[in-house]
Design a protein around this ligand. Sequence first.
Ligand code: CS2
Length: 492
Amino acid sequence: MARLTSLDQVSPGVALPRYRLGAHGCGIVHIGVGAFHRAHQAVYTDDALAAEGGDWRIIGISLRSTDIADALNAQNGLYTLIVRDAAGDRARVMGSIAHVVAAAREPGAALAALTDPGIRIVTITVTEKAYGIARGSGVDESNPAIAADLASPRAPVGVIGLLVEALRLRRQAGTPPFTVLCCDNLPDNGTLLAQGVTDFARRLEPELARWIEAEVAFPSCMVDRITPASTNRTYADAERMTGCADQAAVESEPFSQWVIEDRFPTGRPAWAAGGALFVGEIAPYERMKLRMLNGTHSMLAYCGYLTGCTYVRDVMLRPDLASLVDRHLAAARSTLPPVAGVDLKHYAADLRARFANPAIAHQTYQIAMDGTEKLPQRLFQPSLELLSRGESVRPFAFATSAWMRYCLGRTDEGATYALRDPREEQIVRALAGAGDARSISAALHTLPGFIPPALAANATWRSEVDGALSVMLEKGMAAAVRAEVASIAEAG
Ligand code: CS2
């Protein structure tokens, strides 16, 4: 089968870009060209190009992998998005990505793209762990990329080092800076990134840091679209639907949301054409999504994985687990102030339906990864707020216990698995010799910079976490889930 390289090869019935690709220059560099970017921001940009044109095509930078650069460049940036639900699969070929630079192979090309005066926005999806920023205190020098880039700032390998060097070169050349838009699931993501970038710059050149503070905008945004990792089935389905081999195809659910703080002094594409919502204050949307969607996801991933559910949809077919999902959604909702234009009850019902989408094979193991990067904003922050109001933290404590149980690296049946967490080694070391619930929980509560001290010191929290964990250890995860559901019923 011929490779997807031009739009005229594509089978009839597949949606195509509604603009002439060659007529538009590049205005965006996107760092981290994973499946999520291809199913989300690149789609909004495709819609924006169709609606209002402009020089807003995307140059991708892949920091580590060279595969995605090879796949997309062999296809002139074209790829298929398959949207799946119970009604069937729909394919659309996307044209917004012009080409991709593999930074590990061509570091000069990454900086060349970032310093091109035509580039006005840099968007980023590199996952929570890749930034190396410690909230409130700037960059984390123990992060390998941060350490390497502080030592050799002219040849950066990490995202912060790359941004700072590109901004330094732009300033030196008299080129206006770009706007930086972090699209990872972190609260207050723009502010966090601004702090990391200015702190890094300050360590090298205080004057540069002052210029960044004064001149560079870091709007925050909330992104949402459930996008499982692509598999051979994704590629095979793309080939069947488009009539072309496509090694960069992605699949996702129909739902998509992008809420963006409207602060783009360097201009922006008409992303609203694809449904993006521009708002003055992003925090309520961000918290809603992180606590309700992502927090529930983490809970169901640990409980589901440990009870034999490969996919999120399997979790939703099990009445006991599904009722824990409902409980978690309600608890997360109770921590939120009203969100303009959103009925939180409907939002919860929609999330439940999205998790149950029978056509999406989203692995619980995928969501379970990187727990130490995810749980603070998903579980711990809302718990602290509930405790300060004297309310129950049980659903969040139960989810935390499930994560602790997962950290043991073996199922009740004895199957072992990798935790896939940046702190995996530290976790394994901390747990060596810890056998019962109390000692496991104590060891994990003292991982530095993870569970907030005020939460770790709270006796109610500790007894909820230790209690649930001891049931999980003594009776097994399936029985612990059943017992938890029974206790909800009793509490009425
Ligand atoms: C998930 C998210 O892997 C995870 O931790 O919770 O990737 C989730 O699917 C997305 O944020 C949905 O927008």
